[in-house]
Design a protein around this ligand. Sequence first.
Ligand code: KG4
Ligand code: ZN
Length: 338
Amino acid sequence: MIVLGLESSCDETACAIVEDGRIVRSDVVASQNEVHARYGGVVPELASRAHILNVVPVVQAALERAELSLGDVDGIAVTNAPGLVGALLVGLQTAKALAWVTGKPLVGVHHLEGHLTAIHLEPEPPPFPHLALIVSGGHTSLVRVDGHGKVAELGSTRDDAAGEAFDKGAKLLGLGYPGGAVIDRLAKRGNPKAVPFPRSMTGGEHGADFSFSGLKTALLHHVREHGVPDDQPLADLCASYQAAIVEVLVRKTRRAARRLQLHHVQICGGVAANSGLRDAMVAAGEEDDFRVYVPPISRCTDNAAMIAAAGYHRLARGEHDGLDLDAVPSMPLARSHP
Ligand code: KG4
Ligand code: ZN
């Protein structure tokens, strides 16, 4: 089954073609980083306009690279929630038009279900059930994954997402947008113990919930008092800031894996690209006897291959949506709590 996937929930316009939910025939991403960089964050109106410019060329490129025509496609998958509504609508409306002209089924995909499915495009995906840490620009959640489309949320952030903490920290330090990758790079040559940033909500009473807004405020106070450094002190500051985020993420994941006796853990979403997080989670897994799975960096950040794959699994279950499918800016991935 050939599924064409579309993703436009934030600042990437992406189209990919995936066969049987596993084989990526093409994977095209048009990034808007340059559009938003000077604002230090995504400007929703500009994102919608850039999606409009990019969406058709990206679909054409995905078909060309896969050496397929629209008639070869068996289903159209599209992110319909959550995200910036004006951005979602561009992908959604394009997907509806494609479904209508081809007569093929349309499936809406929850963006986080897409992130959870990225690892299933790899040769050795984690077996079910497994634990997943979803860390992106908009979300930070720990979920137990029992199957495709079957998840139970264990906890999530009460305020900022981990990626938001990276981006807002980078903005404060004048490092541009998106800031996660820049902090990651600088942190590699810095001392993570240089500045003692807080590790919020790590007590057992907070369960699997997270909070990162206090850390951002701590960085703001530090910068107000000491100014923004450069060279080695800047690297030390980045390493300390990153270590505070990573330590909380790893501690909570470890505790949940132990409590639920899960021996397979995946990390997904843009922050899963962070080298400090990847290394620390693998080290924790070696100590606590769980295996860590992380997609390649290009499939941690937003892409449409993960959406096509998640759409395939919905179609394979016999599910699809009507042409009245709505774009929903905010929607929980799962409501149940084990
Ligand atoms: O999943 P994603 O592409 O978009 C959302 O669904 O939000 O995640 C984007 C986030 C941004 O906050 C970006 O700064 C962060 O992922 N990110 C990183 C790294 N690469 C991207 N954060 C930390 N370290 C990285 N290497
Ligand atoms: Zn994402």
